[in-house]
Write a protein that binds this ligand. Structure first.
Ligand code: SF4
Length: 454
């Protein structure tokens, strides 16, 4: 496929230009992105993509029982298969010794098809950060990142191959949307991380100066902050949250309170999420407190402006009791001015909120850079002066382009990275084989090129 062209100055600045470019040339506004019950097959250049194979994780337990019964097996086999996948992280028939030998291959073949193949794995932070580039059944490339900390293990997962939101500073946004990931394709990223941990492939990250024994190696947190706008793939993302958080054998048993779903601000979807009865954290990628600048940094802002997005976030907090996370990429001389800190502080003061400031991650060719340390400190100080809790996010994974703003599913490794798994030759073209081109500047700001602070 041909990736969508990166937005130009005019594309970013002019509301007449479509905000989302599907690869086949279809145009929709962000928020008009189809909201499927199943995997969506947006058009590719030469035809429609098929659906990923059905997988156990696409179904709830009742659906799995029915699927197993359709194969002529007793329905309790669904529970056995589910325990293998969600509890033991295995899809291999040879590991399923509690199943009759004669049934294993057929059951695994029908309900545990291989969805994602590791194309390349890159590691940094003494092996405690691991980024995996995955190739899906149709050649689409997505990435996930595992980060092991002394007290937790966080998986950052992708919800779409590419992204249609066209944020000009974002590596993912430069290539446009390829397609939504299925529920199982999202869940599989987390199960793969759990398997790495269970296999002892991710070293412990001991706390400095602590004699405490290492914490159990399991995925404790999941953040939907990889490739894609999660709420543009609403049904599959919500189903994935349920699979990740329902107890074994229904799901993986991760606490809902340890799951974060990010969005650039699709207001109707935020309201819908609030009504799901979930206790997940909502993270709003704001990046600017004023519409004039946000219109250029986050094009969907022309559809739902700052006040509407924040109102939806406060409604979410009121319904769920969960503190909203405001993500704000600090970009030198673009959005890091003291007056913008004050404006942001005044918008957030007194709310159930926490601000994550994200120093913009450098990417090759980008003219936009992280704020100066002094500007960052002043931004923090002014937010705190408004009584707004704020942290500056660490830049884990920066060396392997695994930090926020850098997930572009490029087939080429960053120059400094040492692959743990060599790229396999493949007949299929990568979703985004080219490095993101530098975006031209929005009208009111100097240009960013790549970063991914959703
Ligand atoms: S910042 Fe997030 S929403 Fe915007 S283009 Fe990148 S991945 Fe999509």
């Amino acid at each position: 496929m041909s990736p969508a062209r990166p937005p130009t100055r005019d594309a970013v600045a002019s509301p007449a230009v479509p905000l989302t470019l599907l690869s086949g040339g279809d145009t929709v506004l962000p928020g008009d992105t189809p909201d499927p019950d199943g995997p969506t097959p947006p058009r590719e250049g030469t035809g429609r993509r098929g659906k990923p194979p059905r997988h156990l994780a696409d179904l709830d337990l009742a659906g799995r029982r029915a699927a197993v019964a359709d194969l002529g097996e007793p329905s309790f086999r669904a529970v056995q298969l589910s325990k293998h996948f969600f509890g033991r992280y295995t899809e291999h028939p040879d590991d399923m010794t509690d199943l009759p030998r004669t049934s294993r291959a057929a059951l695994a073949g029908a309900l545990l098809p291989a969805l994602l193949t590791a194309e390349r794995e890159l590691s940094c932070d003494d092996g405690t950060t691991r980024k995996t580039l995955w190739r899906a059944f149709d050649g689409a490339l997505v990435e996930s990142v595992l980060m092991r900390y002394p007290d937790r293990v966080t998986m950052c997962v992708s919800s779409q191959a590419g992204c249609g939101m066209a944020c000009p500073f974002c590596a993912t946004g430069q290539a446009g949307l390829t397609r939504n990931l299925s529920t199982a394709e999202i869940v599989a990223q987390v199960v793969a991380g759990a398997r790495l941990l269970a296999d002892g492939q991710i070293p412990d990250a001991p706390a400095r100066g602590s004699d405490d024994p290492p914490k159990p190696a399991r995925v404790s947190n999941v953040v939907f902050m990889g490739m894609g706008e999660p709420l543009a793939n609403y049904a599959n993302v919500v189903n994935a949250v349920r699979r990740l958080t329902d107890p074994v054998p229904e799901g993986m048993g991760i606490s809902q309170r340890s799951v974060t779903v990010s969005t650039v601000g699709l207001v109707p979807a935020i309201a819908k999420l609030a009504a799901e009865g979930l206790s997940v954290t909502l993270a709003v990628s704001l990046h600017a407190p004023d519409d004039e600048l946000r219109d250029t940094l986050v094009p969907v802002n022309r559809r739902w402006q700052v006040a509407e997005v924040l109102d939806a976030a406060w409604d979410y907090a009121a319904v769920t009791g969960r503190r909203v996370s405001i993500e704000y990429a600090l970009i030198k001389d673009i959005n890091d001015q003291a007056w913008r800190a004050d404006l942001l502080g005044s918008l957030l003061a007194g709310r159930l909120v926490h601000v994550n400031l994200i120093p913009l991650n450098p990417t090759p060719g980008s003219k936009w850079t992280a704020s100066r340390p002094g500007a960052q400190r002043e931004f923090v100080r002014r937010l705190e002066a408004h009584g707004v809790p704020v942290t500056v996010r660490d830049t884990r994974g920066r060396e392997i382009d695994g930090a926020c703003g850098q997930l572009a599913a490029s087939a080429s490794p960053p120059a400094s990275a040492a692959p743990l798994l060599s790229a396999r030759p493949s007949a299929s073209p990568p979703a985004s084989a080219s490095p993101p081109a530098s975006a031209s500047p929005p009208a009111s700001a100097s240009p960013p090129a790549s970063a991914r602070p959703s």
